[in-house]
Design a protein around this ligand. Structure first.
Ligand code: HEC
Ligand code: HEC
Ligand code: HEC
Ligand code: HEC
Ligand code: HEC
Ligand code: HEC
Ligand code: HEC
Ligand code: HEC
Ligand code: HEC
Ligand code: HEC
Ligand code: HEC
Ligand code: HEC
Length: 265
């Protein structure tokens, strides 16, 4: 039924086209005026020239109708170009179905990003895939567009899906410890305020605040440097400050000084 309709349209189109061509030839003194020009398309096709004009981007500026549509029915049965005619030679151009995302060649960057997309994105964003693979986490188990949604370039806030560790934290703070594509690899700079650690370690925080020693004025990350779970040794900073006999007899600093957070002496 559809096929019949199409054949019928084709017949009518061919008729109209041939009539138009005959007209063009008839009124012209030169035979080459019968060749279809880019300016002619709009006489019969309203939508495509408008789409190209509005959102054609490089398909408006770098190519024209006839660069893509070589020939015209009925002379040429299939006037639809393959994308590979002009785009080839990169992993992205090896994807099997361009129209899955580039739904309309006349508006090439009006994308539909649907389904679970990972490998498709990695044709351009290889480093992100490498990061996710090198640091296994639950973020590797969801598709890129689970977070990046259906608009290319959309970047979500962490707090869209997660609650902060404390009411004081904002979305901007998350990045001081977490990367989106390696969320369990917690690293930080040496100027991170204590309140971010205190969100989970209230005991350590309160002990330190209550301790009158000079450790009190030190930042958590001054001692626990760079990476979560890093635990320093007293000797990293103090060496062996007492007479060798004392250290030999009491190998643990803690036997006299208790803990770093609750220093006694
Ligand atoms: C005189 C009217 C007329 C002009 C001028 C014309 N076309 Fe068409 N064109 C048609 C008709 C009618 C059809 C429908 C044929 C069909 O349904 O397959 C058609 C079909 C097409 C198709 C679909 C072919 C397919 O395989 O499905 C393309 C592409 C196309 N035209 C491109 C162009 C371009 C590019 C130009 C300008 C260079 C142009 N046309 C100029 C009337 C015209
Ligand atoms: C970059 C290549 C490219 C350019 C430039 C281009 N087209 Fe197309 N055109 C296509 C492709 C591919 C299709 C097949 C369907 C699709 O992707 O929209 C198509 C489809 C068509 C169709 C058939 C639509 C249908 O529903 O069957 C027409 C008519 C058409 N183009 C006309 C034009 C006209 C007129 C111009 C210039 C204003 C033009 N095209 C410019 C690639 C192009
Ligand atoms: C006749 C050659 C030709 C065909 C066929 C063609 N393109 Fe293009 N396309 C170009 C050129 C030239 C550019 C601009 C330079 C570049 O980006 O490579 C371009 C650019 C693009 C862009 C970027 C647009 C922008 O402004 O940044 C996209 C997306 C695109 N093409 C998708 C497609 C898809 C999808 C198809 C098949 C439906 C297709 N092209 C078919 C020639 C073509
Ligand atoms: C899974 C979705 C998807 C598929 C499938 C897809 N693309 Fe793309 N394409 C994109 C996205 C996303 C961009 C980036 C758009 C931007 O930069 O705004 C893009 C950009 C492009 C560009 C412009 C940038 C460049 O690298 O030159 C071209 C050309 C292009 N695609 C052609 C193709 C062709 C040809 C195919 C089929 C072989 C294809 N695309 C398949 C999503 C897709
Ligand atoms: C054809 C190559 C191509 C494909 C395919 C592609 N991208 Fe991109 N993407 C780019 C380029 C180039 C940029 C940087 C320029 C820009 O912002 O448009 C970018 C930027 C981004 C950004 C960052 C925006 C920002 O503000 O920093 C995100 C997020 C993104 N892409 C996600 C994705 C996702 C998710 C997919 C798969 C659905 C994807 N991209 C597919 C080429 C691509
Ligand atoms: C769990 C959610 C999530 C998933 C899954 C995810 N991202 Fe992201 N992505 C983000 C967030 C949040 C940001 C911005 C914050 C950041 O960069 O740490 C971001 C930033 C980006 C950026 C721009 C900044 C940069 O690092 O270059 C690109 C490009 C990107 N993502 C691509 C991807 C691709 C491709 C995938 C799939 C392989 C993916 N993302 C999977 C949440 C996610
Ligand atoms: C679109 C939703 C979404 C966004 C945006 C998002 N995440 Fe997630 N995240 C998840 C899901 C789903 C999980 C797995 C289930 C869970 O733990 O809730 C997860 C898990 C995690 C985990 C635990 C990982 C594991 O393997 O146990 C951390 C840490 C995390 N996210 C941090 C972040 C950070 C930081 C950001 C921003 C850079 C972010 N997430 C953005 C959805 C998201
Ligand atoms: C001071 C560094 C730091 C900051 C800032 C931070 N986190 Fe975390 N986050 C961690 C640590 C450390 C863990 C891992 C705890 C563990 O091993 O169980 C974690 C775990 C998580 C988890 C896994 C589930 C859970 O609660 O244990 C999620 C989700 C998460 N963070 C989201 C966020 C978000 C969203 C932000 C920003 C509002 C944020 N984080 C800010 C250090 C931080
Ligand atoms: C989201 C909650 C969370 C945040 C924020 C957090 N931690 Fe932790 N931290 C934990 C959990 C849970 C453990 C225990 C993990 C285990 O024992 O498996 C832990 C363990 C530790 C340990 C003990 C390691 C060991 O070997 O006993 C240190 C030290 C530590 N965290 C320091 C910090 C510092 C410093 C900060 C701030 C930069 C911080 N934490 C931020 C949840 C967090
Ligand atoms: C002067 C250096 C120093 C400072 C400042 C410091 N720590 Fe520690 N922390 C240590 C050392 C050393 C240990 C190992 C246990 C010990 O010997 O006291 C430790 C142990 C820990 C532990 C694991 C054992 C426990 O007590 O729970 C956590 C968690 C911890 N620190 C969190 C923090 C937090 C949070 C802060 C900031 C509020 C902080 N630390 C400030 C040096 C320090
Ligand atoms: C990352 C370095 C660092 C680590 C690890 C560290 N300290 Fe300290 N400690 C300091 C600094 C800095 C001071 C202050 C020195 C000053 O101002 O003269 C200090 C001061 C002290 C003091 C003197 C306190 C006072 O108020 O006068 C004692 C005692 C001490 N540390 C013992 C320890 C012990 C015991 C440990 C291990 C449990 C330890 N420290 C771990 C850096 C560190
Ligand atoms: C036998 C108990 C004892 C042991 C074990 C011990 N200390 Fe002390 N430490 C003291 C006493 C008492 C003081 C205060 C009197 C002084 O300055 O000699 C002190 C003072 C210090 C001071 C401050 C010195 C100053 O000049 O302000 C530091 C730093 C220190 N100890 C670090 C350490 C470290 C690191 C260890 C383990 C390697 C350690 N201590 C082991 C008893 C001890």
């Amino acid at each position: 039924m559809r096929e019949n309709k199409r054949l019928c349209r084709l017949g009518l189109g061919a008729f109209v086209l041939l009539g138009w061509l005959a007209l063009a030839v008839g009124f012209s003194t030169q035979a080459e005026a019968a060749v279809l020009q880019n300016a002619d398309c709009i006489k019969c096709h309203e939508a495509q020239p408008r789409e190209i004009a509005e959102k054609g981007r490089a398909h408006k500026t770098a190519v024209n109708c006839l660069d893509c549509h070589i020939g015209h029915p009925p002379a040429v049965a299939d006037a639809i170009p393959a994308c590979s005619m002009c785009h080839a030679g990169t992993p992205h151009f090896d994807l099997p179905n361009c129209a899955q995302c580039h739904t309309n060649a006349h508006t090439p960057l009006e994308l539909t990003l649907q389904g679970d997309l990972v490998n498709e994105c990695l044709t351009c964003h290889m480093p992100i895939g490498q990061q996710l693979a090198a640091h296994p986490s639950a973020h590797k188990d969801v598709a890129c567009n689970f977070c990046h949604a259906d608009t290319h370039g959309y970047v979500p806030d962490c707090v869209q899906c997660h609650r902060p560790h404390s009411p004081e934290q904002t979305n901007a703070d998350c990045a001081s410890c977490h990367g989106a594509h390696k969320p369990l690899h917690v690293v930080y700079d040496d100027d991170l305020p204590n309140m971010h650690c205190a969100a989970c370690h209230d005991v350590a925080n309160e002990e330190l605040l209550a301790n009158p020693s000079k450790h009190q004025s030190l930042a958590c990350v001054y001692c626990h440097q760079d990476k979560h779970m890093m635990v320093p040794l007293c000797a990293d900073c103090h060496g062996s400050p007492h007479a060798p006999g004392i250290h030999a007899k009491f190998p643990s600093c803690g036997s006299c000084h208790n803990t770093a957070h609750d220093l006694t002496y």
